[in-house]
Ligand binder design. Sequence first.
Ligand SMILES: [Zn+2]
Length: 330
Amino acid sequence: MNRWLRLTTLSACFLLLSSGAYANEQQPTREQVLEKRMAYYINYSSDILPWYYLAAIDQYERNIQEVRRDLPKRDGIVAMQFSDDYWVGPLNPQRDDNYSLSIAFFNGNGVDANGDGLADRKNDDDVMGTLVELLNVQGHSEKDFKKAVKNYYQNDLAVNQILTTAKIYQHFETINLDQHAFPLPLRQDYSYRSTWGDRRGWGGRRIHEGTDLFASYGMPVKSTTYGMIETMGWNEYGGWRVGIRDVNNTYHYYAHLSSFNKKVKQGDIIEPGTIIGYVGSSGYGKKWTSGRFPPHLHYGMYKFNGRTEWAYDPFPALRRWEQEERKRGS
Ligand SMILES: [Zn+2]
């Protein structure tokens, strides 16, 4: 190979390498996206409006866009999106109006936060500025925040989800809460298969809404997510059960426990791997009924879409978390 050829080969490689680097810039990693997002929350927060309130509403909007066909997915770093009526004003004939003065004239709420004279719904800054105004109306205590959220969404489940997410973000001081854990210790004996929709499962409703993980009495049951303990106590079918809500509008349901971990209680913020109770066979009768079926953990997942909460099959997620935890070697 002559020298010239070697040089051109070398520079071709260099070009390839640098175009690879460029491609990476085009497609940011999950961490980079979260960092950018967090920068918006911090930038629009203040002494009286903490970042986790902004983050919680934005995350709620992202979650419902994931599962609702009637809502477009907003293409941006932040997910918050407002109705035409809210942004331009209900009587504004121009439904895509982005001119601050006419929006103000028609009592619309769209704000020009980046100072370019336009209140542009495609602009992340203008969206964040409008969100800040929405929360500014009534003051900044948690009570005021709750009131503003209730006033905007008119839905108690939405208020509960947003306040829970805010508390989880506040507690961990980050929005990077993707990690999950398998609910049973990987090194112990358990078995589970896909039982979605079975009529013979235990702990579901009309059909079996969840996955049964068979294990021996007393095996520790761990939270699969970062979240807040929303329910802890007895119900007729589930026996001693725990319900945990996470930042993805998902409610995780752990049933038929023999007992709870006494160190955790309702309202606690917990992380993946935190022990919440122990495998048992409680349920299917009045309080303290036990032993009517083999011991197992009934695990259910319910998604809130902004209107209702419905069950979906937890089996694929369980398989994934089991593999991820095995890879981490924990
Ligand atoms: Zn079950």
